[in-house]
Design a protein around this ligand. Sequence first.
Ligand SMILES: *[C@@H]1O[C@H](CO)[C@@H](O)[C@H](O)[C@H]1NC(C)=O
Ligand SMILES: *[C@@H]1O[C@H](CO)[C@@H](O)[C@H](O)[C@H]1NC(C)=O
Ligand SMILES: *[C@@H]1O[C@H](CO)[C@@H](O)[C@H](O)[C@H]1NC(C)=O
Ligand SMILES: *[C@@H]1O[C@H](CO)[C@@H](O)[C@H](O)[C@H]1NC(C)=O
Ligand SMILES: *[C@@H]1O[C@H](CO)[C@@H](O)[C@H](O)[C@H]1NC(C)=O
Ligand SMILES: *[C@@H]1O[C@H](CO)[C@@H](O)[C@H](O)[C@H]1NC(C)=O
Length: 780
Amino acid sequence: MSIPLSSVILGLLCLLCVLNDQGILIKMVAANTNSHVHIVYLGERQHDNPRLITDSHHDLLATIVGSKSLASELMVYSYRHGFSGFAAKLTEAQAKKFAELPDVIRVIPNSLHKLQTTRSWDFLGLSPHSPSSYILHNSNMGDGVIIGVLDTGIWPESESFNEVGLGPVPSQWKGVCESGEKFNATLHCNRKIIGARWFNDGLLAEYGKPLNTSESTEFMSPRDAHGHGTHTSSTAAGSFVTNVSYKGLGQGTIRGGAPNARLAIYKVCWNVLGGQCSAADMLKAFDEAIHDGVDVLSLSIGSSLPLFSDVDERDGIATGSFHAVARGITVVCAAANDGPSAQTVKNTAPWIITVAASTMDRAFPTSITLGNNKTFLGQSMFTGPEIGFTSLIYPESEGLDPTATGVCESLSLSKTMVTGKVVLCFTSRGRRLAVTTASAAVKLAGGVGLIVAKNPSDGLYPCDDDFPCIEVDYEIGTRIVFYIRSTRYPLVKLNLPKTIVGKPLLAKVAYFSSRGPNSVAPAILKPDIAAPGVNILASTSPLDLFADGGYAMHSGTSMSTPHVSGIVALLKALHRNWSPAAIRSALVTTAWRNGPSGLPIFAEGSPQKLANPFDFGGGIVNPNAAANPGLVYDMGKADYMHYLCAMGYNNSAISRLTGHSTTCPIKRPSILDINLPSITIPSLRNSITVTRTVTNVGAPKSVYDATIDPPLGTVVSVKPNPLVFNSTVNILTFEITISTTHQMNTGYYFGSLTWTDTVHAVRIPLSVRTEFLQHFADDY
Ligand SMILES: *[C@@H]1O[C@H](CO)[C@@H](O)[C@H](O)[C@H]1NC(C)=O
Ligand SMILES: *[C@@H]1O[C@H](CO)[C@@H](O)[C@H](O)[C@H]1NC(C)=O
Ligand SMILES: *[C@@H]1O[C@H](CO)[C@@H](O)[C@H](O)[C@H]1NC(C)=O
Ligand SMILES: *[C@@H]1O[C@H](CO)[C@@H](O)[C@H](O)[C@H]1NC(C)=O
Ligand SMILES: *[C@@H]1O[C@H](CO)[C@@H](O)[C@H](O)[C@H]1NC(C)=O
Ligand SMILES: *[C@@H]1O[C@H](CO)[C@@H](O)[C@H](O)[C@H]1NC(C)=O
């Protein structure tokens, strides 16, 4: 499909999107009341009949608020499948009374979470996975697997959700498709969208009912007015749609990671204040999804608060995902978009797969040839005609025009200076309107083209497609300035962009992608993995402010998360009995630490540096290798208990999270021994020994040898080595000893431990910081 886009519409959209970024989409007035939504959490279900559980919730509520009818009025949700509890509007005094009841595990005040999108406007885009891939075909493209998406709903008419070629709805499915405003279950659910529901009682109980839907800015139904949920859903499991392009560039087929997987839509995020999702609503979605029979849950959502712990009562995602993972459902969450600063990663619980965002490749590179025949690569969406050798100027104030400046945002150009020429300018950081402003100024002054130098990760608006405008990074921009200053008659030729598909160039961890170390538990490596999350072309809602013919390019860990969810669906289809931890291990141990082309992976930031595990966990996801990892570092509920005990949470805090009584061993287990596919030692004094256990999922008879790349300043040894598996021994435990070679405080250094047989290389990242301050060292 060709997507015409006039500059007028683009300008209008941009204005709106600035408004949207500031959250002025819908104004809602908070209900004037002293009651707020609280979640009364009762832990594991006491019996199997959901009706009886709900009745008991109403009874319990009535005992505190005084009457059954008042209880019905105040009740927001009853949670009764994945765990037991309810959400209700309560005063502080009532909440306190509940907290004192013996059956109540804890009372959680409702909180808000937000969508993890930034909208970068570089126009790139391609499907990240080759259609001839091993994993796609051997998994029958994820057929039979159900991906639950907690997001802003779905635009069901999008071609991405066609059911062509799909078999019947998987028999494990027990969920429903609910009709609502502009959403007819009979018409809009099919064999692709097998379920669709919406949850906003928790949000509306705080903000007041009803939601103002007068201008189609929201629908009381699963219909997506925002676009985020349609984008993430189509990225995870969109069907094939042929002949999608942007003005003929990148023409081809778009599809999700698992094109035959099915979607269960749980709309929990609403077009309020720029996209908000309440903990009460998300917990309800987890509760229903566990009941409905989903295999994977995808959440491109993070908390709005800076820091949550795994047992933090406000974190609906940590609690809901604990119960989902305990039932074998893999939960994939965004690492958040607060990078590149350290310690910004969210969704850090060890049972979650936490996803960072990488770039993939430049799909539309455009070459610039200077008069000295030097050629540089930029990118553009301009489709012609080519600009042959033309005068090039960099408007520096001295000597040219007193009002001229080389800064794109404040270009002020005289006709005599610019007519018939190509202009170079530099953007200052973070100015989103720079490109639009600059190309308008150059056009107005009679210029014929523009070269914009920008930080590659700035979320700029793109060049207009009807004006020759090429984006380059600061370094190339600076080299062009040197050329201009070196010659009397600087010339430039602007070539047409080429579409490159499937040949990734340098991949980088995106500037915005949140980074480790994990501030809640520094010994638990987060993020786990990176996936493409910059300039992702996918379906969207036509009401998306950036929509263009039903498709949009978006960037964020919101976009990388459903890539991993789709890949998890493929792995599930191949290996039905793998636990969420085994799946995570397969992803982490096989990830690309160098790009697919063998080039190193960098992490954007200032300065840019080689990516380390705090940027991308194991690396960039490599789906075909993950299908056949050889060994996995598996974990179950007992390991998560081990983690919680090791973290020093007391028995009552752990019981409150897990919903059943838990007793930690008297001697606290070491957090370093949690069976993660990574080893992170935040404060190494002299020497430490940690253990790991691997399960052989490859050929029964195999021998694995260790290859160690020790972090700088350490010596690492492993025993036993080799690991010998046979038909009776398929699980082996080994010890890794790490010692410092110098006695001083340093930052983190990184290395790896790789087990190899003749087929597999099972690599885990090692991250070590030596620390000689007594009071820090005591913690580990
Ligand atoms: C693909 O889309 C382009 C532009 O809309 C159109 O000209 C062309 O005919 C389409 N090709 C096919 C095979 O449908
Ligand atoms: C939903 O669609 C079906 C099939 O077209 C139609 O029979 C039914 O009347 C519709 N329901 C509503 C509420 O519009
Ligand atoms: C709903 O929003 C529209 C447009 O913003 C406004 O004109 C209308 O008054 C609002 N309705 C209510 C009930 O607030
Ligand atoms: C640039 O290349 C062209 C053709 O290859 C050649 O004719 C020209 O002399 C070269 N110019 C410079 C400055 O090297
Ligand atoms: C357990 O820890 C919580 C805080 O996490 C604290 O409020 C509570 O008093 C502790 N309980 C016991 C028995 O130590
Ligand atoms: C597998 O290895 C174990 C330990 O070396 C050994 O005791 C056992 O006999 C072996 N089993 C087979 C079937 O070779």
